[in-house]
Design a protein around this ligand. Structure first.
Ligand code: SF4
Ligand code: SF4
Ligand code: SF4
Ligand code: SF4
Length: 588
């Protein structure tokens, strides 16, 4: 198959992949709102058109130069990463323009381009060295330098470094083999040094062996000064117009010197063709796989930076916000800056759930956004990580590609409460309200996850009628914290005066509190006193409580009612979540 056809096939796969990825930005969703694909496409087109003709366009321009081209956000939070990024991306882009796309672009950009002539000979090596230095720093940081704050290395991180390294190394080996090849030299001499007798050609070959790295098994060193002088003259007349001194190709030439002892074994059309096709196919693979790899962020990160510069939750169309959030999942470079700065990342050292780390949680969200049903276990680990997030916004402030992570977390919470998974930390409307930053939430949004969570807890404690067996020794400690006096004895003095119930604001919000809350505060205390754990843990009162401390404040007997409610919740949640995890793991 002709090479051009292979290039076009790879390009076609790449374009199809990009089209597929772009389609997911409009098809996938996060959050509770529903939009059709068409309405999201139209909203995006309208939004872009309006931005183009508004003052926001100036913001777009500023962001483009400052954060897209100059990467100012990255420089601010991670100067070394900024340097690495520029070395790899800058060097590779120039090689791409000058070398890979040279046939198309050089007539437009570098009119007198010739790869073996300066300045291009030098520049190609210079850009290659930049890429290698960048790759070296990246490899050192990722695999050698021990940094406990760095998130785990993913397959995509390895692939990205590997594909760049493979393209560069295969290209340099190919160039070096060509430099040492005497048959390549002879083909050139035959074509360009026409009319020279055999002795002159031998002198020219000696000159190239001495100065251009050619390895000729037929010529023995040292060469006589006369022969080299004659070779130099022939070279000046026939070759110098197209070949700058080899030392300018300092990297290729250095590698050619390294392989000199074995170069004769590589001197053949078959070896050169093989090396050429290895390099060629690696490049084609990199191109075809680009939309599905981390390299795709070259397209998505700039769009993300520009979109976030002019969009916010207060003024932007909700359909566009949803589209932007899906795009953000593709824009992440897995640089780990968010995780380094996350105020809750330290918990990952105690609880080995990768979803506690924002960079890892983001990677888990693509499946959720696609609408596929996650396994109970996968949902629980995302929920667990997300529920530990304090909404401190640090991750958003430091993300070099400007992803609004905090907003993403709110949307993911909305998505998760819409699923049939018990969410043990979402046990009251108040916790949902706080976790989602919504002005108004329909009761249908939270009634199901709340009832699921409460049912899971009630089921967990239903059979435990025995007074002591309900607590493990660790849980006993929670209830009997020294100085706070909790546990069953804490209610010993309660004489059912109902002061707590009369003071409770939650009781007052219900028209039929006795039936709607299952147990009123004074009944809850009595149930604890009588060790009726199934009643205690299945009662709505336990979860509706606001924690206002009015009951505790007004109790004439000093019963620590609110402290006890919090302690009971902790026991219920930790016991139930542990067992749900355990049961889920057993089914895997
Ligand atoms: S979300 Fe941002 S900061 Fe976090 S890993 Fe991705 S690109 Fe880096
Ligand atoms: S908002 Fe959440 S994920 Fe982001 S840094 Fe704060 S705690 Fe970590
Ligand atoms: S106010 Fe105190 S003593 Fe009265 S019912 Fe409530 S917990 Fe018991
Ligand atoms: S702490 Fe809870 S139970 Fe006590 S008065 Fe306040 S809302 Fe009612």
């Amino acid at each position: 198959m002709p090479k051009a056809a292979l290039v076009y096939i790879s390009l076609l796969i790449c374009c199809a992949g990009i089209a597929y990825k772009v389609s997911t930005w409009f098809r996938y969703s996060l959050g509770s709102e529903k939009f059709t694909v068409l309405s999201r496409v139209l909203a995006a087109a309208r939004g872009m058109w309006q931005t183009l003709w508004s003052r926001q366009f100036l913001t777009i321009l500023k962001t483009f130069f400052l954060n897209v081209l100059f990467q100012a956000r990255l420089l601010r939070v991670a100067p070394l990463k900024w340097a690495t990024h520029f070395l790899i991306l800058g060097g590779f882009t120039m090689l791409l323009l000058m070398h890979a796309l040279g046939d198309y672009l050089n007539p437009l950009i570098f009119s007198n381009y010739y790869s073996t002539l300066n300045p291009f000979l030098f520049l190609r090596n210079f850009f290659g060295v930049l890429v290698f230095i960048g790759l070296g720093i990246a490899l050192f940081n990722r695999f050698i330098r021990r940094d406990p704050a760095r998130p785990p290395t993913s397959f995509m991180d390895v692939y990205t470094l590997a594909i760049f390294a493979a393209i560069m190394v295969s290209g340099i080996v190919l160039e070096s083999v060509k430099i040492t090849s005497v048959s390549v030299f002879r083909e050139m001499a035959e074509e360009y040094a026409t009319g020279q007798d055999e002795a002159s050609l031998k002198s020219l070959e000696a000159y190239w062996v001495e100065n251009y790295g050619v390895v000729s098994p037929g010529l023995a060193r040292p060469f006589s000064p006369e022969s080299l002088a004659e070779g130099k003259v022939v070279h000046s007349v026939n070759c110098a117009q197209c070949h700058s001194p080899a030392r300018w190709a300092f990297m290729d030439y250095a590698v050619a010197r390294l392989i000199t002892p074995v170069a004769v074994y590589f001197d053949g059309d078959a070896v050169r063709s093989t090396l050429y096709y290895v390099h060629f196919f690696i490049c084609l693979f990199g191109l075809a796989y680009l939309p599905f790899s981390k390299v795709f962020h070259l397209f998505t990160s700039p769009i993300c930076l520009l979109a976030n510069a002019v969009m916010d939750r207060a003024t932007s169309n909700p359909a566009n916000l949803m589209t932007k959030q899906i795009l953000e999942l593709d824009a992440c470079t897995h640089c780990g800056t968010c995780t380094r700065n996350c105020s809750m990342a330290f918990i990952h050292r105690i609880i080995p759930n990768a979803n506690i780390l924002p960079s890892e949680r983001l990677a888990s969200l693509k499946l959720l956004a696609s609408g596929q049903e996650l396994s109970v276990r996968d949902s629980l680990v995302i929920q667990d990580g997300l529920n530990l997030c304090t909404n401190c916004k640090q991750c958003t402030l430091v993300c070099p590609v400007g992803i609004n992570l905090q907003d993403l977390w709110f949307s993911v919470r909305e998505t998760l409460v819409g699923r049939d998974i018990p969410n043990l930390l979402v046990l009251s409307p108040l916790s949902i309200y706080r976790g989602m930053r919504k002005d108004h939430i329909e009761i249908t949004c939270y009634s199901r996850p709340i009832s699921q969570a409460r049912k899971a807890i009630a089921d967990e404690f239903e059979s435990s009628g025995q007074p002591r067996s309900v607590y493990t020794p660790g849980e006993e400690k929670v209830l009997d914290t020294p100085g706070i006096h909790l546990g069953q004895d804490a209610c010993a003095d309660c004489f059912r005066c109902m002061t707590c119930t009369n003071a409770c604001p939650i009781v007052r919000t219900h028209t039929q509190p006795g039936s709607e809350l299952d147990l009123l505060p004074h009944q809850l205390m009595q149930a604890v006193k009588l060790r009726l754990w199934d009643l205690v843990f299945s009662s709505k009162m336990l979860w509706e409580c606001l924690g206002c401390y009015k009951c505790q404040e007004y109790c004439p007997m000093g019963v620590p009612a609110t402290d006890l409610i919090f302690a009971l919740r902790n026991v219920a949640i930790s016991r139930t979540s542990r067992n749900i995890f355990q049961k889920t793991l057993e089914t895997l």
